[in-house]
Design a protein around this ligand. Structure first.
Ligand SMILES: Nc1ncnc2c1ncn2[C@@H]1O[C@H](COP(=O)(O)OP(=O)(O)OP(=O)(O)O)[C@@H](O)[C@H]1O
Ligand SMILES: [Mg+2]
Length: 410
């Protein structure tokens, strides 16, 4: 990142100096005329650029009434990054950050670029993103800290956006229209979990295993379901495991899995994630949905987390229970603004490019991101080393009968 200190003054001084030197030297020694012409041109261009930059914002602030009587923000400096230009302005008394945020849309409209607005002591910072944002990131295995580390994507500044489900928001909802990039995003999330963590995975892919089937032989994957019956058995199994863990916490006087693992280092409980590609397919079975909601509500403290995706972000599919309990939302391109509001509580997803371009809502804050791209062949190459011989469905998943017997014997 290159800092240009008080660029306004520096630019003006250099331009005037260049112009005067060119003009003066030509008078003294006409043989240097070509060099002098160049110096004069540099001077004129510098002054023009300054006038353009300054007048652009000056006019903008005046039009948007971002000032008090005749006092408007004054440009203090400019920084260039790979992704943006950052302008800093002194704030006139009586104007605050909220005044700028209220007019963010108008500022973006006027500059024709997306902006981020921040405040640091008496200074307002407007980051203007370049038009040619990086729109593609190839997935790379990435180590992230935390017990349940999830890779989400890259911010407009090119920084990795990730989250640890074991601290803070425990579950993730991924929603977007068909072809928006849900399965691709799940692929990079799962691949990274397999390569970089010890989290146990339960995968549900009701498109007959077409999307997530490549993971079924991985050592971290405990269950793989490709039909409703298997999915229902798995949900019941996780519900029983949740209750078993809570009973254990109660007996051992511990609050949650973190507490338990701190106290019983030799018998630590593993973290588990249930990942469902298209959970709307479970809607046809009321019992399945009710267990899923129950897990969303109570499994967090015992180390069982959910990542669920849907291409049908309607109020019926993402209902009140799901919304209340799954507060991390990755919204990809939606068909319309109404669907966008259901996913991230505001419109905007309908304007995204598709291809993994999304907005990630966490704790009320929304970050624009680009999800990494990982195709099936490369993914298979990366995870091949973790394949083990097993029949996941038979070895790991008890039948409904087994589960009912287990409940009776409890
Ligand atoms: N992060 C990404 N970067 C670049 N291209 C992507 C990305 N994600 C998805 N795509 C492109 O979009 C296509 C569709 O993606 P994907 O299958 O993940 O969509 P989907 O949301 O799961 O669709 P459906 O709802 O039909 O299952 C991919 O084949 C790929 O070409
Ligand atoms: Mg898909």
């Amino acid at each position: 990142m290159k800092e240009v200190k008080d660029s306004r003054m520096l630019l003006v001084e250099t331009s005037i100096y260049s112009f005067i030197t060119g003009f003066g030297t030509e008078l003294i020694d006409p043989s240097l005329s070509p060099l002098c012409k160049l110096l004069k041109i540099v001077g004129v261009l510098g002054i023009t650029y300054y006038a353009y930059t300054w007048s652009k914002f000056d006019l903008l602030f005046k039009n948007l009434k971002l000032g008090v009587s005749t006092a408007y923000p004054i440009i203090k400096g400019k920084e260039k990054t790979e992704y943006s230009d950052i302008y800093r302005f002194t704030l006139p008394k009586g104007i605050c950050l909220q005044d700028f945020l209220d007019k963010q849309e108008a500022i973006e409209n006027s500059l024709g670029r997306e902006v981020d607005i921040k405040y640091t002591y008496k200074t307002i910072q407007i980051e203007v993103y370049k038009e040619n944002q990086k729109t593609h990131y190839d997935y790379e295995p990435t180590k992230i800290s935390g017990d349940v580390p999830i890779i989400i994507g890259y911010s407009r500044r090119g920084e990795l956006v990730s989250c640890d489900l074991s601290s803070g928001e425990p579950h993730v909802l991924i929603a977007g229209e068909t072809g928006s990039g849900k399965s691709t995003t799940l692929r990079s999330i799962i691949c990274n979990l397999i390569l970089m963590s010890k989290v146990r995975l339960h995968l549900v892919d009701l498109k007959n295993g077409a999307e997530l089937g490549l993971f079924r032989k991985c050592s971290n994957v405990d269950s793989f379901c490709r039909n409703m019956k298997q999915a229902k058995d798995l949900l019941m199994q996780l519900s029983i495991e949740t209750d078993r863990r809570y009973d254990m916490f109660y007996e051992k006087d511990v609050k949650d899995i973190k507490d338990y693992n701190k106290k019983y280092k030799t018998k630590m409980l593993d973290y588990q994630i249930l990942i469902i590609d298209e959970f709307a397919d479970l809607h046809s079975d009321k019992e399945c949905m009710s267990i899923l909601k129950e897990l969303a509500r109570k499994s967090r403290a015992c180390g069982i987390h959910l990542i669920i995706s849907t291409q049908r972000p309607s109020a019926t599919v993402i209902d009140g229970d799901i919304k209340a309990n799954i507060t991390n939302s990755l919204g990809l391109k939606t068909i319309n603004g109404t669907n966008s509001s259901i996913v991230i509580d505001e419109t905007g997803l309908e304007k995204l490019r598709g291809d993994g371009h999304g907005k990630f809502k966490r704790g009320g804050k929304i970050i624009e991101i680009q999800c990494p791209y990982l195709d099936v062949n490369r993914c298979r190459e990366l995870i091949k080393q973790t394949y083990v011989e097993k029949d996941v469905q038979k070895s790991k998943q008890p039948t409904q009968e087994d589960l009912l017997n287990a409940i009776e014997n409890m």
